[in-house]
Design a protein around this ligand. Structure first.
Ligand code: NAP
Length: 510
C-alpha cells in the first residue's frame, strides 16, 4: 500500500469504501494482522466512510522503531528549519480547510461551522509552533562566580506517544504533535477509533509538508491493542493523552512504573454562573453555545448552570424556549443547530443520565430523549436537554455526561455561586456573567479552573494561551501556547568556566 487509501477490487456496494493503512517510516501499510475496522457517519450510519487498520503491538513496535531511526537527524535539524516544515504544514491545512471540515462533520457529526473552527485551530497552532522554532527560549543568567557563563536550554525528550479523542479530531492531534515535533521529538500517534479518517487526512498532509520519513508515524486501532502498547513501550519517553479520566488514570499508573513523563488532559464539569445583575440576553447566547455546541461533547462544555434565584425563572424560561426550537440534523446542512452524538453508546449514556437526574428529583424542562423523525432515524441524535432544580452534589451535577444536557442549580448570591462552581472534582473551565467589576475579579480569583471566562461561555480557547485544567482534569501539564513546550522538552543547564582555574560553587565565593 503506497498510497493513503485503496479501494478493494471486486468489492461491491458500500464496500467501495476505501481501506486505509498505518503510516510507518514514511509509508502507508496495512496492519500486520491485516484486520480492519469501520468508521461510519454518526448522522447517517448507512454512510460507510472507510476501513481502517486494526493494529496491535507488532505495528506499534514497528512505528516506534521508525521513530527511533528518524530521531537522531530530526533532533539535530536546527529548530528554525523544523519550523519551516511546520509552516508548510500549516499552509497545507489552510489550503485543505474546507475539505477537512466537511470530512470531519461527516465522520464525527459536529456542525460545519464548528468543524471549520476545529481545522482553524490546527492552522493557528501550526503557525504559532512554526514561530517557536525561532524562539524555543532558554535562560542566560549571571553566574555566582567570576569568569563563568550560565545558561539553560531545552532539549527534546525522544519519542512522543500521542493518544487523542474523537471530539476535536484535527485540533487536538495538531496541538500535541506540533509541540512535540518542533522540540525535536519524533512521534507515534494513535487517533481515536471513531475518527481515523480525519487522522489519516491529517497525516497525509504532514507527509506532503515534508516531515522526513519516520518523524511522524500513525497507528490506528483500539485503546487496548494500540494505546496500551504505546504507553508500555520502553522507548516511548513521553506520552500526551487527552480523553476520559478513567483511561487517563490507567495510563498515568502504567507510565509511572517506567518513570515516563505523562501529560493528561481529562474531563470537565464546567459551570456558568449567572448573577442577578447579568445581561440575560448575552448569557442566553453563551449558555446555549456552551451547553449544546458540538452536541455537548466538548471537554469545556457547560454542563452546570449556576444561577441566582432572583433571575432563575426568567433565564430558564428563555433557555427552554430556545433549546426546544434548536434544529437537529446533519452538520452539513446549514440549517442544523445541533448534530448527532458520536455513537450508540453515547446515546445510551446520555439517556441514562437523564433518568438518573429525574430519579434524583430534578425537573426535566425540555428534551430528555433520543430524537427521531424525518432525516434523523439513521443517526445518533439526542434532544437538547435541560434539568432544573438540580442540587450541587447530585450525580448529574458531578459526573461528566458528555452530551447535550444542562443541569440548573439555583443559588443565592455570589458566595453561594462560587462555592457551587467549585464543588466538583474537575477544574477545566468556568464562566461568570455579571456587570459588577468587583464580582468579576473575585470570580477570576476564586473559581478553581484552569480557564475562566467573563461574560462569555465556557468554550473559546485561543491557541497562544495555555490550555488545561486543575484538580481531576489533569496532572499539571498544559497544551498550546509556549507552555506546551514544557511537556516535550528536558531542561539542560550549562556552565562554561573561562577563568582558567578551579572555581567551586557555594565554596569559593563565600
Ligand atoms: P477515551 O475513551 O479516554 O479515549 C481517548 C483515546 O484514548 C482514544 O484514542 C482511545 O482509543 C484511547 N484509549 C482508550 N482506552 C485506552 C487504553 N486503555 N490505553 C490507551 N489508550 C486508550 O476518551 P473519549 O471518549 O475519546 O473522549 C472523551 C473524553 O475526553 C471526555 O472525558 C472529555 O472531557 C475528554 N477531553 C478532554 C479534553 C481536555 O483538553 N481536557 C479535550 C477533549 C476531550 P479508542 O478510540 O480506540 O477507544
Amino acid at each position: 500500500m503506497t498510497q493513503m487509501a485503496e479501494t478493494r477490487s471486486g468489492d461491491a456496494g458500500e464496500d467501495q469504501a476505501p481501506t486505509f493503512g498505518n503510516f510507518i517510516g514514511g509509508e502507508w501499510r496495512p496492519a500486520e494482522s491485516d484486520r480492519t475496522f469501520e468508521s461510519r457517519n454518526p448522522a447517517d450510519t448507512r454512510d460507510l466512510i472507510g476501513h481502517f487498520a486494526a493494529s496491535g503491538a507488532a505495528d506499534v513496535a514497528a512505528a516506534v522503531r521508525a521513530a527511533e531511526d528518524a530521531l537522531p537527524a530530526w533532533r539535530l535539524m536546527p529548530a528554525p528549519k523544523r519550523g519551516e516544515i511546520m509552516y508548510a504544514f500549516g499552509a497545507l491545512l489552510a489550503r485543505e480547510k474546507e475539505r477537512l471540515a466537511r470530512e470531519m462533520t461527516r465522520e464525527m457529526g459536529k456542525v460545519l461551522v464548528e468543524a471549520r473552527g476545529d481545522v482553524q485551530e490546527g492552522i493557528d497552532i501550526a503557525y504559532l509552533t512554526a514561530g517557536e522554532g525561532r524562539r524555543m527560549f532558554g535562560d542566560t543568567t549571571p553566574s555566582e562566580m567570576p569568569d563563568k557563563w550560565a545558561m539553560s536550554i531545552r532539549q527534546p525528550i525522544g519519542i512522543a506517544g500521542i493518544i487523542t479523542p474523537w471530539n476535536f479530531p484535527i485540533a487536538i492531534p495538531c496541538w500535541k504533535m506540533t509541540a512535540a515535533l518542533i522540540c525535536g521529538n519524533t512521534v507515534v500517534f494513535k487517533p481515536a477509533s471513531d475518527t481515523p479518517h480525519c487522522a489519516a487526512l491529517l497525516i497525509e498532509l504532514m507527509r506532503e509538508a515534508g516531515f522526513p520519513a519516520g518523524v511522524v508515524n500513525m497507528v490506528t486501532g483500539s485503546g487496548e491493542e494500540v494505546g496500551m502498547p504505546i504507553v508500555d513501550n520502553p522507548d516511548v519517553h513521553v506520552v500526551s493523552f487527552t480523553g476520559n479520566g478513567q483511561t487517563g488514570r490507567e495510563i498515568y499508573t502504567r507510565g509511572a512504573r517506567r518513570l515516563k513523563r505523562i501529560s493528561l488532559e481529562l474531563g470537565g464539569k464546567n459551570a456558568i454562573a449567572v448573577m442577578a445583575d447579568a445581561d440575560l440576553d448575552l448569557a442566553v447566547e453563551g449558555i446555549l453555545w456552551s451547553a449544546f455546541g458540538t452536541t455537548g461533547q466538548r471537554c469545556t462544555a457547560c454542563s452546570r448552570l449556576v444561577v441566582d434565584e432572583k433571575v432563575a425563572d426568567d433565564l430558564v424560561g428563555r433557555l427552554v424556549d430556545r433549546a426546544s426550537r434548536m434544529r437537529l440534523g446533519s452538520g452539513l446542512d446549514p440549517e442544523t443547530d445541533v448534530g448527532p452524538l458520536i455513537n450508540s453508546s453515547a446515546v445510551g449514556k446520555v439517556g441514562g443520565y437523564v433518568e438518573v437526574g429525574t430519579d434524583e428529583g430534578a425537573r426535566l424542562v425540555t428534551g430528555g430523549s433520543k430524537a427521531a423523525g424525518d432525516g434523523l432515524q439513521h443517526g445518533w441524535f439526542f434532544k437538547p436537554t435541560i434539568l432544573d432544580g438540580v442540587r450541587p452534589m447530585d450525580r448529574v451535577a458531578q459526573e461528566e455526561i458528555f452530551g447535550p444536557v444542562l443541569s440548573v442549580i439555583r443559588v443565592d448570591g455570589y458566595e453561594d455561586a462560587a462555592m457551587v462552581v467549585n464543588q466538583t472534582r474537575y477544574g477545566l473551565s468556568s464562566s461568570i456573567y455579571t456587570r459588577d467589576t468587583n464580582t468579576v475579579f473575585r470570580a477570576i480569583r476564586d473559581f478553581q479552573t484552569g480557564i475562566v471566562y467573563v461574560n462569555a461561555g465556557t468554550i473559546g480557547a485561543e491557541t497562544h494561551l495555555p490550555f488545561g485544567g486543575i484538580k481531576g482534569t489533569g496532572n499539571g501539564h498544559r497544551e498550546a501556547g509556549h507552555a506546551a513546550l514544557d511537556t516535550f522538552t528536558e531542561w539542560k543547564s550549562i556552565y562554561v568556566d573561562y577563568s582558567g582555574r578551579l572555581q567551586r560553587a557555594q565554596i569559593d565565593n563565600q
